[in-house]
Design a protein around this ligand. Sequence first.
Ligand code: SAM
Length: 467
Amino acid sequence: MTSTPAFPSTAAAGASAAADQTDRLILAMARDEAGWDDETLIVIVDDETGALTQEALLSARSGAQPGRPVLLWNASRSRSVAFAELHADALGSGSLRIGGIDGAPTDLGEMTAGAGGEGPVVVLMRLPKALAALDHRAAELARAAGAGAEKRALAIVAGGRVKHMTRTQNEVLERHFTDVYATRGLGKSRCLVATGPSTQSTGAAQEASSSQRKLAIRGQQRPLQLRGIGGVFGGASADAGSLLLLGALDEALVADAAAPAESGEREPEGLMAVDLGCGNGLMTAYLAQSFPGARILASDDDLDAVASARATLAANGLERSGIEVTWDDSISSAPSASADLVLLNPPFHEGAAIDATLVHGLLDAAARVLKPGGVLWFVHNSHLRYRHELATRIGLTEQAARDRRFTVLRAQKRAAGDAGPSAPAAHGETAPPTGRASGEASASDQSSASGERELTLGEQLDRARGN
Ligand SMILES: C[S@@+](CC[C@H](N)C(=O)[O-])C[C@H]1O[C@@H](n2cnc3c(N)ncnc32)[C@H](O)[C@@H]1O
């Protein structure tokens, strides 16, 4: 699983961002190879350390054209907001524009094309890990350079560590630019320079990858199209953890529908369901089909995920009023206590390292948006432990499914004023079993203590809506 990289702590604290070796090479090659001078419009893509933005702002301030803004675009909303806080003065004075902030376009190509001026453009960036992300960025930039009546000179200077660079990266850039070459190295870093936007470039709209699969919706197997744009988690593929979650949720909904007391009211008016960290929109599309009259809010910190989820909904004919996909960090713009149902398959990795704490902010977000009685469905890697985290933050927690790789937990938001478990005892976290265990729900965290029977999913949703 992937994650959004944390904003560098030095930059977030307002200290000078320290350029690493790759940054230093990108900056040097932008001047030596791409001809960065006072006339140049600088566009920075996904500034990892903050040093590229800092250097570009310094240069713009001392240059002959101090009015020209530096453009910064990050796929991550949380990073964009952190940069906006760090460079509030530059943003306020107009010397910095950040994609998606203060009215600037969220689209990289649109922001670049709309920046005005006719001088050359130099783009400073790292080579993204995902080739699809490189392809998407290059397509957008090529399109932006060709957007005017005449082509605008645009050069991409993309740096990386030599051990992570492959010939395929050149080939990807060559789909969109006529001249691509590697620069001299600095230590273990090197840059690719791409110039001359190609008339053959397909443009970003055609860059989505696609897949098709079947998914059980209320017990019926239905075809589902998935779309992946840029660096979205998993591309257009269906994540195995999300599939386990959706299978268990669907079984619960089917079982609920069969219960006599529940018949006739499977999707009451005003149900609000959230796909938190929606990625390519697999779970959003499930919600849209399984709850055709519900309000559905899908949200992700990654702009490529937002574009992918929208494309997935469109590919399945599921766009309708009441379904919204937003670019947001931890669903911060959604009102508190508004959701009956939240689905969450969070990131567990920061680079190669497993970081269980990445999930806590998203669990807090789920706890905030759930109504009392609302339900969180959560999937995690089976070798990690989350039951106590859910019981503490949300409430009554039980295991809904488990296989060798993933565990699905279901947690019901406790009523306001209910303090939740006090002792850090996450009862009954089961040892990894070998097969699917839907319905084999082990001891839930509070039900035994309270003596209450467990509610069916339908009852939980009814309670969340105050019925
Ligand atoms: C493991 S992926 C799951 C994606 C999708 N739900 C699926 O089932 O394939 C986790 C997703 O959470 C998103 N994410 C990470 N941190 C986030 C945050 N603070 N706010 C919103 N989304 C976040 C990532 O961009 C990624 O798309």
